[in-house]
Design a protein around this ligand. Structure first.
Ligand code: NAD
Ligand code: IPM
Ligand code: MN
Length: 351
């Protein structure tokens, strides 16, 4: 019997609220499908930071590097500066474990009300570069306290880093509808973005069956709202991919349903699965957060572990529950709680 060890980091706010039913549902699936799954819980969070001065212990990453995967809720809470909490936990995990692909699928679920009148068949995936680019520690504050005070933030794009994410996107497109859109801004950003475009052009030749185009991120954002069904695979830098994924989630109905997989495709390290959303301090503690983003992320984790039958069953149950429409959290226009929606998904599982 296959056995998996999962590191669970619920984190802060609704991260904790959506992770708990996700773990329960994974246990249920394991029972049904006949595999074993063991969870080690880590209380790394802003609460821990406020008690101890650190988001995680100094050897934290060593404690989880031999797990089969990491399940994360959300990180960040008022009172701890976001750059401190995120660079103290989430970003080091992505970087140290070489999770350079952040996969964020979007589909408009049948029956789910969204903000668009007629979105058409929306089914695309954002492939976000996840370890370099605009997220960098290089830079600083200068001339503090003078009229010339400034902050400088360097973006770092390496040939190896851009090549591997672009290759991942084109390879993925061969398994889908065969189209890549590259998000760029080479009309305004004169060093990194022309470099990005050049590598996309070169690497596109590896996959001649894939059609591709590049679009400026501003125009792309508009098109994502006006014509979302025209996208298949969108590849973007760390920051562009971040912004597009929240926009795309909103187009699909709610940021609460969007999943993500932070993948180390080489599998030297564990990959991490987490909803796209954050800790949502505005609704935390009420028990009404939408658990679908976390549950869908768990389905991606099952696929990654090789439990595709269970991953598919979970995704099918999510689709059926949303389509049915009886049980919806407030972000989707309903009155259900986190637990009620997760229970409805569990009930809809057929395996
Ligand atoms: P957010 O995603 O937490 O919230 C944005 C809005 O979406 C809020 O109105 C919130 O109520 C709503 N929302 C989010 N998830 C929802 C869900 N599951 N169900 C229903 N509604 C939901 O973004 P923010 O407010 O910018 O960030 C809050 C904190 O979370 C910050 O500290 C931020 O840095 C952090 N954050 C962490 C992650 C992560 O851990 N991966 C991601 C994004 C933001
Ligand atoms: C995400 C989040 C993070 C990111 C923040 C919290 C650092 O927005 O996972 O999308 O920008 O990567
Ligand atoms: Mn984000």
């Amino acid at each position: 019997m296959s056995r998996y060890r999962i590191a669970v980091i619920p984190g802060d706010g609704i991260g904790v609220e959506v992770t708990a039913p996700t773990v329960d549902l994974l246990e249920h699936l394991a029972d049904r499908a006949g595999f074993e799954i063991a969870f080690d819980h880590f209380d790394w969070s802003c609460a821990r930071y406020q008690e101890t001065g650190a988001m995680m212990p100094p050897d934290g990453l060593d404690q989880i590097r031999d797990h089969d995967a990491i399940l994360l809720g959300a990180v960040g809470w008022p009172g701890v500066p976001d750059h401190v909490s995120l660079w103290g936990l989430l970003i080091p995990i992505r970087r140290r474990f070489q999770q350079y692909v952040n996969l964020r699928p979007i589909s408009v679920m049948p029956g789910l009300p969204g903000p668009l009148r007629d979105p058409g068949e929306v089914d695309f995936v954002v492939v976000r570069e996840n370890v370099e680019g605009e997220y960098s520690e290089i830079g600083g504050r200068f001339s503090t306290g003078t009229a010339q005070e400034m902050a400088v933030q360097e973006a770092v794009f390496t040939r190896a880093g851009v090549t591997r994410i672009v290759d991942y996107a084109f390879d993925l497109a061969t398994t889908r509808r065969g189209h890549v859109t590259s998000a760029t801004k080479s009309n305004g950003i004169v060093h990194t973005m022309p470099f990005w475009d050049e590598i996309v052009r070169e690497r596109a030749e590896r996959q001649p069956s894939v059609s591709w185009r590049q679009e400026h991120i501003d125009a792309l954002a508009a098109k994502l709202v006006l014509d979302p069904s025209s996208f298949d695979v969108i590849v973007g830098s760390n920051l562009f991919g971040d912004i597009l994924s929240d926009l795309a989630a909103a187009v699909a109905g709610s940021i609460g349903i969007a999943p993500s997989a932070n993948l180390d495709p080489e599998r030297d390290f564990p990959s991490m699965f987490e909803p796209v959303h954050g800790s949502a301090p505005d609704i935390a503690g009420k028990g009404i957060a939408n658990p679908i983003g976390a549950l869908w992320s768990a389905s991606m984790m099952l696929d990654h572990l090789g439990e595709k039958r269970s991953g598919d069953a979970l995704l099918a149950a999510i689709r059926a529950t949303l389509a049915d429409g009886d049980v919806r959290t407030p972000d989707l226009g309903g009155t259900a709680t986190t637990r009620e929606l997760a229970a409805a998904v569990q009930e809809a599982i057929s395996l």
